[in-house]
Design a protein around this ligand. Structure first.
Ligand SMILES: NC(=O)c1ccc[n+]([C@@H]2O[C@H](COP(=O)([O-])OP(=O)(O)OC[C@H]3O[C@@H](n4cnc5c(N)ncnc54)[C@H](OP(=O)(O)O)[C@@H]3O)[C@@H](O)[C@H]2O)c1
Length: 291
């Protein structure tokens, strides 16, 4: 059955919002966006009723408990949203025979690698958020082996809360900032990830065999300090930036030192060329200045 109606959770998040912006360019699809008021991910037993009401041909789950530090103290809620809810969505998708796409994180890896993580690298999260996302992946794939999990990293957008917007605000307010310079990763523009997700749905409609774990992030890699320097340059801001170590910036949740994702599988299977993080950042900052 061809996919026409797509249910998207997390309407107000970065990725949910970018999917809503992109939706207008894909009139072949009818997108139904739900936020926490119409579909609360902390109440998995309500999902079946909501899904039977909308009758989607596919489900995209962008909603998640994304407060990495707070997850260390709100363990039960984080587990329900990031693991139990994802498992229930996978179960219902299997029962209904519809594709299910959900997202995970670079924080499922231990951070000790020195080359990019492959989709089948062993999971070893260093914080509780990463544990809940790893559990969500595993439960969903056990419930429904056709589940599509897209791991992504360091997500930014002109909408919502993210490093780019926080840095721009702080750089306007302060003369100097210290930024962590010993964590490496791949920034990801939620708009690019939204477009790749829609491409995935188009490929499924064409009968291509898309399932299991994928990685998506903009190409290239940097540190938070390098990311901040580029934000400063592209936004034309004045502020002295200094790199510090993770030890000098203690947080409740530990972060992996190296969390670079290898994205070759998604590039090959979707026949896409992923934009560099610098060009994606430029597009996002232009979008912010148009707002
Ligand atoms: N942000 C990152 O840097 C990052 C990195 C790696 C992976 N990811 C993953 O990528 C995916 C998309 O993330 P994102 O950046 O778009 O996250 P986001 O901007 O933090 O948005 C998450 C959304 O989930 C919603 N949500 C939270 N609890 C909910 C609940 N109980 N019921 C319904 N909705 C709820 C939030 O609703 P409200 O707006 O009402 O709060 C928010 O709209 C997630 O799976 C995330 O784990 C993100």
């Amino acid at each position: 059955m061809a996919i026409h109606k797509i249910l998207v959770t997390g309407a107000n998040g970065q990725l949910g919002w970018e999917l809503a912006q992109a939706a207008a360019s894909f009139p072949a699809f009818e997108f139904v966006f739900v936020d926490r008021n119409s579909m609360d991910l902390s109440k998995p037993n309500e999902f079946i009723g909501i899904i039977e009401l909308f009758k989607p041909d596919a489900i995209i789950n962008t909603a998640a408990y994304t407060a990495v530090d707070k997850a260390e103290s709100e363990k039960e809620l984080a587990t329900t949203i990031n693991a139990k809810a994802v498992a229930e969505l996978a179960r219902i998708s299997k029962q209904k025979g519809i594709p299910f796409i959900t997202y995970s994180t670079d924080y499922v890896f231990n951070g000790n690698a020195t080359s990019p993580y492959l989709t089948d690298t062993t999971l070893e999260p260093v914080n509780f958020y990463g544990e809940t996302k790893a559990e969500g992946e595993q439960l969903a794939l056990a419930e429904n082996p056709a589940t599509i999990v897209i791991r992504t990293s360091w997500v930014f957008s002109s909408h919502g809360n993210n490093f780019v917007k926080t840095m721009m605000r702080l750089m306007k307010d302060r003369d100097s900032l210290n930024i962590v310079g010993d964590q490496r990763g791949r920034p990801t523009y939620a708009r690019d990830l939204a477009l790749a997700t829609i491409k995935m749905i188009e490929f499924i409609n064409e009968g291509k065999d898309i399932k299991g774990i994928y990685h998506y992030a903009n190409t290239g890699e940097t540190t938070w300090f390098g990311f901040a320097e580029k934000i400063k340059a592209l936004a034309g801001l004045e502020c002295d930036l200094s790199p510090i170590t993770s030890d000098q910036f203690p947080t409740p949740a530990k972060r992996p030192a190296y969390s670079v994702l290898d994205t070759q599988k998604i590039e090959k299977d979707l026949a896409i060329q992923i934009p560099t993080w610098e060009s994606a950042l430029k597009a996002c900052i232009e979008q912010l200045s148009n707002n």
